[in-house]
Design a protein around this ligand. Sequence first.
Ligand code: FAD
Length: 421
Amino acid sequence: MEKYDLIVVGAGAAGIMAAITAARHLKQVLLIEKLPSVGAKLKATGGGRCNLTNTLSNEEFMNRFGRESRFMMPALKAMNNNDLMRFFAEIGVECHAPDGYRVFPVTHNSMSIVDAFEKELARLKIKTLCSTRVTKIDSDGAKITGVDAGHKHYSCSNLIVATGGLGFPTLGAEGEGHSMAAALGHKVTELFPAMLPLRTKEAWVKNCRADTVAKVEIKINLPRSSKQHARGDLIFTANGIRGPVILDFAREITPLLARLGEVPVLVNLTQGMNEEDIKERLKKEKAKSPHGSILEHLGAFMAKPLARELILLAGLDPQKALHIQPGADRERLFKILAWTPLTIIGHDGFAGAMITRGGIALKEICPETLESRLLKGLYFCGEILDLDGPCGGFNLQWSFSSGFLAAHLGDLAQKNQTDRV
Ligand SMILES: Cc1cc2nc3c(=O)[nH]c(=O)nc-3n(C[C@H](O)[C@H](O)[C@H](O)COP(=O)(O)OP(=O)(O)OC[C@H]3O[C@@H](n4cnc5c(N)ncnc54)[C@H](O)[C@@H]3O)c2cc1C
């Protein structure tokens, strides 16, 4: 029977970082991955460019994760964005932030990250078993004893589970980590797809497809959720909406959708203008071209196909001047331009979700070590935990930081305590 100090299950961002970090501390490490190669999802990140982190401070970074985000602090203290960039520079990957915010490898190619990881795994002689699925985690009821994988038992006193979320199953995410943790008594919160395009009830969106609308604000039009909002670019599709603001906001919508069947939202498609601003702007356009139609005037500051749909939605004739049309319809148009109503009715599920909302419940995990409070020697890191962030390098930084912290198997927390005494 093979025996290791540490077994890491899952060779994604979190698992590879954990294996490398642990092996640097002279531990006998086995890394097990069910896919034929390591870092499958990493290769696909950032559209193949890998947005691995961003330039925010730890506090600002955590705030973007919302609920229970303080859980992340020890991991971010152990490895923040600057530490991560130093780590990659040391293994030969220089990184930069061309827009001052999002950080990429200077090659803008995620293969640079995966190649460097593979070289470091080899340099540290970490035994890596690919095409090997872990099917069971073994324990004696109080502590970890090993795993079953590929019809063999591998013995260990420490186990890091880094099997990711449920999004993009073709890249490895199928939820076995969650089931194995649940079998050991861990609570798994309800799992929802996040960071994905959304479908709308309104069919008019298809007439605006491929229009990118900048600086859109979106909010949920339900009494208890009215404070939830996000800003960014939106793109209309054949059956709904996508784009950065939707990817970020989908995690607020999918749980409500599962409960309610449809979710009303309001979007501002006029770059933050309110009803008064819109009236003023239309007055100016009318002064420039007194005989112009409402479509011509509105089309001066928004894409014409979208302007046309919103005019029709208000019940107006796009080809006629605004002032000759019924007053009630004019008022309706101003309201619609300030906040356009849409109804979210679906999405493509986990197959198209870059992120999973939900995961292993945080209250059963010690944030200082990422060790289970139920079983000694069992650690979790990365997306499998109940934490999810928006677009912009948040989820990868969390995966790397948590993998780094978990790999210390409690040593770092102990050292911090000794330093304080
Ligand atoms: C298309 C796409 C683009 C993205 N772009 C970005 C981006 O630019 N920036 C960003 O911050 N985030 C991005 N994300 C999110 C980010 O990639 C994930 O949050 C992150 O990779 C999670 O890392 P992880 O190590 O926890 O899980 P994963 O990377 O999913 O790794 C888990 C690994 O465990 C393996 N595994 C699962 N079960 C078993 C088992 N039973 N036995 C053995 N192995 C198993 C899987 O095969 C997989 O390789 C993107 C996600 C997607 C899908």
